[in-house]
Design a protein around this ligand. Structure first.
Ligand code: HEM
Ligand code: HEM
Length: 148
């Protein structure tokens, strides 16, 4: 059966759960949900589902304030452009796998806008961690004589 467009809350729920199935295991952003935010998925999924139901289906189930938890996260992990890029990759892939149509396109486009807006706003939010390279597991060491 050809994929249909996102058309009700159950579709939003399915999309969000499929996305988190990936995001939590992702080598680049997974740790942010699992180790840093210690996300309670069953509490979180209905909120995110409402967010998308509001954007895509005109429901009024989400009351706003999406930026704030990201500012709090940023204080702990310093969210960088690469994290958002990866978030968007996973989101777009999940949308495309499950749905097709105008709302599916809107889901991807709006995620991109929100992502850009969050990244721009985070610029003004303090982070208490030093910038680190995006990929962990490699340590950069310096050898040779020390500059005097
Ligand atoms: C169908 C129409 C739309 C609906 C229902 C909608 C809904 C929403 C909702 C619920 C949020 C989250 C707000 C929050 O939690 O604070 C949001 C954020 C945002 N939307 Fe839309 N949106 C729509 C169209 C658009 C369009 C056309 C644009 C730009 C061309 C746009 C750009 C943004 C941006 C940049 C944010 C992030 C704002 C921020 O927190 O910095 N949206 N939208
Ligand atoms: C680097 C990328 C991102 C990461 C790591 C991330 C992570 C998180 C985490 C851990 C939470 C839960 C915070 C808490 O309640 O403790 C959260 C909440 C949320 N995120 Fe993100 N997020 C990212 C990008 C985005 C983007 C691009 C969007 C929108 C398109 C988004 C939409 C939301 C919404 C709507 C909530 C719920 C806010 C509420 O409780 O009302 N996130 N995010």
């Amino acid at each position: 059966m050809a994929p249909h467009d996102i058309s009700d809350r159950a579709d939003c729920d399915r999309l969000v759960r499929a996305f988190y199935g990936r995001a939590l295991e992702d080598p680049i952003i997974g740790f942010i949900f699992v180790d840093v935010a210690k996300l309670d998925l069953e509490a979180h999924v209905p909120r995110i589902t409402s967010f998308w139901e509001t954007i895509l289906l005109g429901a009024r189930s989400y009351s706003g304030g999406a930026f704030r938890p990201h500012a709090e996260l940023h204080a702990k992990v310093r969210l960088r452009e690469g994290h958002f890029t990866q978030w968007l990759n996973l989101w777009s892939r999940t949308v495309d796998e499950l749905f097709a149509g105008e709302r599916a396109e809107l889901a991807k486009a709006h995620a991109q806008r929100v992502s850009q807006a969050f990244l721009a706003r985070l610029h003004y939010v303090p982070s208490y961690v030093e910038p680190t390279p995006l990929t962990t597991g490699l340590t950069v060491t310096q050898h040779g004589p020390r500059a005097r």
